[in-house]
Design a binder for this molecule. Structure first.
Ligand code: KMT
Ligand code: NI
Length: 179
C-alpha cells in the first residue's frame, strides 16, 4: 500500500494518482485512527473480522464491464464513482479488503484541509474509524473487486460533509484524534 499526500488538484481526473513526494507512514495514519494491513490469504481477514466482531460481508465488482453485465450503462458507472468520491463519513467502522484490481481511499489529515491518499492493491486491507471524512475512487485501470465487511447492524449510510459536521460520531472521532 502506498500512502501519500494528495496534490489537491481537483481540475485533473480524480482517478489519476494525484501523487506528491510527501509520503505518509502507517504510524501517521494510525494517529488518525486508520489501520492498514496486507493479507495474502482470506483466513487472515477472517481472523481480523472475528476479532473485531464482524459477522457479514459482501463482494463488489466495480468496473465498466461489470456494470454493463448488470445492465447499467456508462453514465451509471460514472454516477457511482461520483457517489464514492463525495466526501462522507459513516457511523461505524469501514473495513475494505481488495480482492483484485486497485483503488484509492482518501482520508482527511489532522487539519481536515488536506487529503491523504492510500493506493490499495490486491491483498491490502484498510480500516477507517467511524466519523472520519473520506472518499474512494478507482485507478485509471477502472477495476476493483473488494470485500466489504459489516457488523451485525450495518450502519453504512453515508453522511456528506459539511452536513455531517454536527454528527455525534464525527464529534467523538475528532475528540479521539485530538486526545
Ligand atoms: C465507500 O464507503 O466509499 C466504499 O465502500 C467504496 C466502495 S468499496 C471499495
Ligand atoms: Ni465510505
Amino acid at each position: 500500500m502506498k500512502i501519500y499526500y494528495h496534490d489537491n488538484d481537483d481540475s485533473a481526473d480524480k482517478q489519476l494518482p494525484h501523487e506528491t513526494p510527501e509520503e505518509v507512514s502507517a504510524a501517521e495514519l494510525q494517529a488518525l485512527g486508520v489501520l492498514a494491513f496486507h493479507f495474502d490469504d482470506v483466513a487472515s481477514v477472517d481472523a481480523l473480522a472475528r476479532e473485531r466482531h464482524y459477522v457479514s460481508r459482501d463482494e463488489v465488482n466495480i468496473s465498466p464491464e461489470a456494470f454493463a453485465r448488470g445492465g447499467a450503462d456508462a453514465a451509471a458507472y460514472a454516477a457511482k464513482l461520483d457517489t464514492f468520491y463525495a466526501e462522507h463519513l459513516h457511523e461505524d467502522e469501514e473495513i475494505r479488503y481488495i480482492v483484485d484490481g486497485a483503488g484509492y481511499f482518501d482520508v482527511r489529515d489532522r487539519t481536515q484541509a488536506r487529503w491523504i491518499r492510500a493506493r490499495l492493491e490486491r491483498g491490502d486491507l484498510l480500516i477507517l474509524p467511524a466519523g472520519i471524512y473520506h472518499r474512494f475512487t478507482l485507478t485509471t485501470d477502472n477495476y476493483v473487486k473488494a470485500m466489504r465487511l459489516f457488523k451485525e447492524e450495518p450502519k453504512w449510510v453515508a453522511y456528506n460533509r459539511p452536513e455531517a459536521d454536527a454528527n455525534a460520531y464525527r464529534r467523538e472521532y475528532l475528540s479521539e484524534i485530538e486526545a
